[in-house]
Design a protein around this ligand. Structure first.
Ligand code: HEM
Length: 68
């Protein structure tokens, strides 16, 4: 996912923002279960925690264990 996220133009700041608001840099909104994750979960995290999560997601290349 991280390389896909970079390809999609994500960075730590835009990902942290998306986890707080559900809004992506394109102005799209998360759908499906991810909308619930944001609305009932990550929307309530502190800036520091959001930045930490986004940094972790962007820094770890998990592509070799991904299924597509
Ligand atoms: C804290 C837990 C979670 C984190 C940090 C997380 C993170 C992410 C990220 C980074 C994306 C891609 C965002 C983007 O395109 O910029 C995503 C998408 C998505 N996630 Fe999660 N996720 C979490 C939990 C979950 C869970 C538990 C589910 C399902 C039960 C889920 C379902 C989805 C779905 C369906 C999408 C695609 C949403 C869309 O494009 O409209 N996520 N998630």
């Amino acid at each position: 996912m991280p390389s896909d996220l970079k390809d999609a133009g994500r960075d730590v700041d835009s990902l942290a923002y998306a986890l707080r608001t559900g809004i992506t840099p394109e102005g799209d909104v998360f759908g499906g279960n991810m909308a619930e994750v944001v609305n009932y979960g990550t929307a309530f995290l502190s800036d520091a925690d959001l930045t930490a999560m986004a940094t972790y997601i962007m820094d770890n290349d998990l592509s070799e264990i991904e299924s597509d």
